[in-house]
Ligand binder design. Structure first.
Ligand code: NAP
Length: 252
């Protein structure tokens, strides 16, 4: 399929983008013409992702950034601005899911980590990026189908992902009219992050059974939807959540 060139001349930052959904989004934006800035915690992963993108003709740079680290967040923004001058697309994709404990058994340190990585880091990253967001720019927060029906083993994670839906609503006014912000809520995609679910045959079958389209999602499914939200095709869409989950029950 020949892709459109909706991001020619545009600059996109995607956090947690050296594999999985983040990498898929960076790749798609790059194939549509964006200069992309990939990042994650490990230099080796960053280098490999940049090389993979460049091998496909994509203009890419990489910056190490653990999203909870203020210095590294600021460096990600500054490196981008020094190289490209502005930011057109910001995808906040990093998340942690460190425990399968029930919420009422969860230690405070885990509650703090979930809040810090899954919610607070997105806010702080956006604070750092805001001065450089171009007119017509787009921010995407990666939420989850778990925001709507938090599964028992991922319940607090689901709560933090639900917070992102409200965050997009709240920030849509603060960022208007020059910048739009939306959430993307993926269904289950067989990545490293979701391996403990998707690699379990019984659970995978259960997930597929609840999905009218009868399959897991792909990183390409998520990337295509993110590219829509980031593009001018969605220029009248802000404060919304796009569920990309094959019809898995979410909300009316
Ligand atoms: P993944 O394939 O496991 O990739 C995770 C990426 O994040 C890696 O590049 C990793 O690289 C990086 N990373 C991890 N922690 C980080 C941190 N604190 N700061 C910066 N980078 C970090 O994960 P994924 O499944 O694509 O998940 C991406 C997003 O999609 C998450 O927000 C997740 O909640 C959401 N999501 C996933 C699914 C699913 O089924 N897969 C469903 C709904 C929502 P390093 O190790 O080098 O840091």
């Amino acid at each position: 399929m020949e892709l459109p060139r909706r991001f020619a001349g545009k600059v996109a930052i995607v956090t947690a983008s050296t594999q999985g959904i983040g990498f898929g989004i960076a790749r798609r934006l790059g194939l549509e013409g964006a200069s992309v800035v990939v990042s994650s915690r490990k230099q080796k992963n960053v280098d490999e992702a940049v090389a993979a993108l460049k091998s496909q003709g994509i203009d890419a740079i990489g910056v190490v950034c653990h999203v909870s680290n203020e210095k590294q967040r600021n460096n990600l923004i500054q490196q981008t601005v020094q190289k490209f001058g502005h930011i057109d697309v910001l995808v906040s994709n990093a998340a942690a899911n460190p425990s399968t404990e029930a919420i009422l058994n969860m230690p405070e340190s885990i509650l703090d980590k979930l809040w810090e990585v899954n919610v607070k880091a997105s806010i702080l990253l956006l604070q750092a990026a805001q001065p450089y967001l171009s007119k017509g720019s787009s921010v995407i927060l990666i939420s989850s189908i778990s925001a709507f029906h938090p599964p028992p083993t991922m319940s607090m994670y689901g709560v933090t992902k639900a917070a992102l839906l409200a965050l997009a609503k709240a920030l849509s006014s603060e960022l208007a009219p020059d910048t739009r912000i939306n959430c993307l809520a993926p269904g289950f995609v067989p990545t490293h992050f979701a391996g403990f679910i998707t690699e379990n045959e019984a659970i995978r079958k259960e997930i597929e059974g609840k999905c009218p389209l009868g399959r897991l999602g792909t990183t390409e499914d998520m990337a295509a939807a993110a590219a829509f939200l980031a593009s001018d095709d969605a220029s009248y869409v802000t404060g919304e959540t796009l569920v990309v989950a094959g019809g898995t029950p979410s909300r009316l």
